[in-house]
Ligand binder design. Structure first.
Ligand code: ATR
Length: 265
């Protein structure tokens, strides 16, 4: 039986196995998808497992989306540009790294009906997923992207790949049409971002990459002032469906049962 894996650290709360195993059933695919918490020194062996066809595909999550790259034979153009890989497949006996976070984020934005063209975007955070956000937002013709991260150096590193980025100090806010929380603040229920949104106004788009909990303090506050909000659920589902398409050549159906998986908190 074919075996697929999601690897990361931590990995306990990943919903990827539930989604992919559900889609296996729906599409009569004989395979199993599991999660595995790993250390960085296990990456090499895992990729060897893909090469030797012991593992048919791997999803990679925090904190290995970049560190996996040296072990792969090839990268898709998107993975190359963002230096971020979340999906590994074997193609013509070569291990290939893909980035389906980009498609996930793009489709979620299209569905939200917020038109990114000519908008000013403020991103909070500079972790593994942020290069994918920036890539997508420029692709969708954002006029300006400003980045703020607690450790400024990590934001400056991203500026090397995206020259037009503006970096500001953590704690400051600029004008924006859309603000994205890409920090890990909010994963714990009582987490609060230490920023003052009281002067932001009420016609902005607040997007949180976090999907569990479904409503972070960041989104709760935004709603109080009648802003538009979106959590990371759609992005997560769409990145999974793009990975499924790469591995199986089938675009899986996103039905109510999939959406309900996320209503458990
Ligand atoms: P990784 O960097 O391994 O990809 P991540 O969870 O995707 O991990 O990223 C964590 C992000 O949340 C980082 O931008 C981190 O900021 P630093 O670069 O300064 O570490 C940010 N972050 C985590 N805890 C934070 C906090 N208490 N306040 C502000 N930002 C925080």
């Amino acid at each position: 039986m074919k075996r697929y894996l999601v690897v990361g650290n931590p990995i306990e709360h990943s919903l990827s196995p539930t989604i992919h195993n559900y889609w296996f059933k729906k599409n009569n695919i004989s395979a199993i998808y599991e999660k595995q918490e790993i250390k960085e020194n296990e990456l090499k062996n895992l990729i060897t497992g893909v090469k030797e066809k012991k593992i048919s595909g791997i999803n990679v999550t925090v904190p290995f989306k970049k560190t996996i790259i040296p072990y792969l034979d090839e990268l898709s153009p998107e993975a190359q540009k963002t230096q971020s890989v979340n999906t590994v497949s074997l193609e013509k006996n070569k291990t290939v790294g893909h980035n389906t976070d980009i498609e996930g984020f793009e489709l979620s934005l299209k569905e939200s009906k917020f038109n990114i063209a000519n908008k000013e975007i403020l991103i909070l955070g500079a972790g593994g997923v942020v290069s994918s956000l920036i890539f997508t937002l420029y692709k969708m013709k954002a006029s300006k992207i400003v980045l703020s991260n607690r450790t400024k150096e990590n934001a400056e590193i991203l500026k090397r790949s995206f020259k037009n980025l503006e970096v500001i100090d953590w704690g400051k806010l600029t004008n924006f049409d859309m603000i994205i929380n890409a920090t890990s603040v909010g994963l714990k229920k009582d987490d609060k971002i230490n920023l003052d949104f009281s002067k932001v106004g009420n016609d902005k788009f607040f997007y949180d990459i976090i999907y569990n909990p479904a409503e972070t303090d960041f989104l709760k506050n935004a709603k109080k002032s009648d802003n538009k909000t979106e959590n990371g659920k759609k992005m997560f589902i769409y990145q999974a469906s793009a990975a499924f398409k790469i591995w199986h050549g089938i675009k899986p159906v996103i039905d109510d049962q999939i959406l309900e998986l996320f209503n458990n908190d």
